[in-house]
Design a protein around this ligand. Structure first.
Ligand code: 5AD
Ligand code: FES
Length: 356
């Protein structure tokens, strides 16, 4: 089987592949494509989880508005700037400001911080702040933001609608359309999906990968769905055959192996994209998950710069991987892991180098 221009059926059959010898071929093809198209450098993006407030009710996410068991925080301008200074000191090219959909982070507050980070550090600024109005996206781009991350989570409209109730006073969101608008405003755009969402079939996940191929994304993040007990989805069983809406054998497991397959097929579908080896993947295998992701298609890691007192409150899913307390510890650990693989640490902003 060739890996180029895979059909949907071929993608799906790779997702179902169990033979270890055949999977070795998939890992090798993905690693080869990564090397040929984005090289040996592993780029580091410093993650700053700027607020855990959220007005939305995503069915899987621990930050959802009605999780009243969670203490919420919002970082100050100075705290955020200090993290960006640390990122520069550690040699990262990019900071990622991520939060729930929090309108306490006003358009002007974020614009001011973007300007300050750009002026003081010159780092690339990536935003991951949810489904905001276009006026916010435009203002932040004008302030100097470079990239926007918004995972579409699943390309299946019915599953999407089941787990993403509309925001207050709004209609069902269309993240694919929002991503296209973001691109129009001048951002590099990133998206991605979760692997093994209850109700996600092999066919749906194959279509997610096909959607990556058709969308010309700059960044693609895929990680396993991890059940959170304080969410509607987390109180359902996950795994094979668990969803009442799917036939037996159709449910994608939220496993480590399935995530590697998805990372590898994503690399083959979009050879020149920036693909992170995600924290959610590392959560399933603390010792090796991040490394195996980097050897099966990924070329990015996102060390966490969030101050320790906030980090433990940013509980999208339970037991997030990272034994480090501080940004400095996380930095040292990631650097050592990357060097162990014989890969280089990326320098500079690490934007996408378009090919073809
Ligand atoms: N398990 C795994 N990933 C999750 N995310 C949110 N909740 C979970 C969960 N329970 C992911 C979503 C979101 C990203 C920031 O975190 O894909 O886009
Ligand atoms: Fe808002 Fe997860 S539901 S960040």
């Amino acid at each position: 089987m060739t890996f180029e221009n895979m059909t949907l059926t071929e993608i799906e059959s790779w997702l179902r592949e169990k033979d270890p010898a055949r999977l070795e071929l998939l890992w090798a093809a993905a690693d080869g494509a990564r090397k040929a198209h984005v090289g040996e450098a592993v780029h580091l993006r410093g993650l700053i989880e700027v607020s855990s407030h959220c007005c939305r009710l995503c069915g899987y996410c621990g930050l959802r508005a009605d999780n009243h068991g969670l203490e919420r925080y919002r970082m100050t301008r100075d705290e955020i700037l200090n993290c960006a200074r640390e990122a520069r000191e550690f040699g990262y090219g990019t900071v990622v400001m991520q939060a729930g959909e929090d309108y306490g982070l006003t358009r002007e507050f974020i614009a001011d911080i973007i300007r300050a980070i750009k002026e003081e550090t010159g780092l690339a600024v990536t935003l991951s702040l949810g489904e905001r109005p276009d006026e916010d996206f435009i203002a932040w781009r004008a302030a100097g933001a470079d990239r926007y991350l918004l995972r579409f989570e699943t390309s299946d409209p019915r599953l999407y609608a089941m787990i993403h109730p509309p925001g207050p006073g709004r209609t069902m969101s269309d993240r694919l359309a929002m991503l296209e608008r973001l691109r129009g405003f001048g951002y590099e755009i990133g998206s991605g999906v979760m692997v093994g969402i209850p109700g996600q079939s092999y066919g749906m996940l194959a279509r997610d990968i096909d959607t990556f191929r058709n969308m010309d994304l700059d960044m693609i993040g895929v990680g396993p769905y991890i059940s959170h007990p304080a969410t509607p989805l987390g109180s359902e069983e996950t795994g094979e055959g668990a969803s009442p809406t799917l036939l037996p054998g159709e449910q994608v497991p939220n496993s480590e192996l399935m995530t590697y397959k998805t990372v590898a097929l994503t690399r083959l579908a979009r050879p020149d994209a920036n693909i992170p080896s995600t924290t959610a993947l590392a959560t399933l295998n603390l010792a090796q998950g991040r490394e195996l992701g980097l050897q099966r298609g990924a070329n990015i890691v996102m060390p966490n710069l969030t101050p320790p007192e906030y980090r433990k409150l940013y509980e999208i899913y339970p037991a997030k991987a990272c034994i480090a307390e501080t940004g400095r510890e996380c930095h040292t650990c990631m650097g050592a892991r990357i060097r162990c693989l014989g890969r280089e640490l990326g320098r500079g902003p690490g934007g996408r180098k378009r090919q073809g």
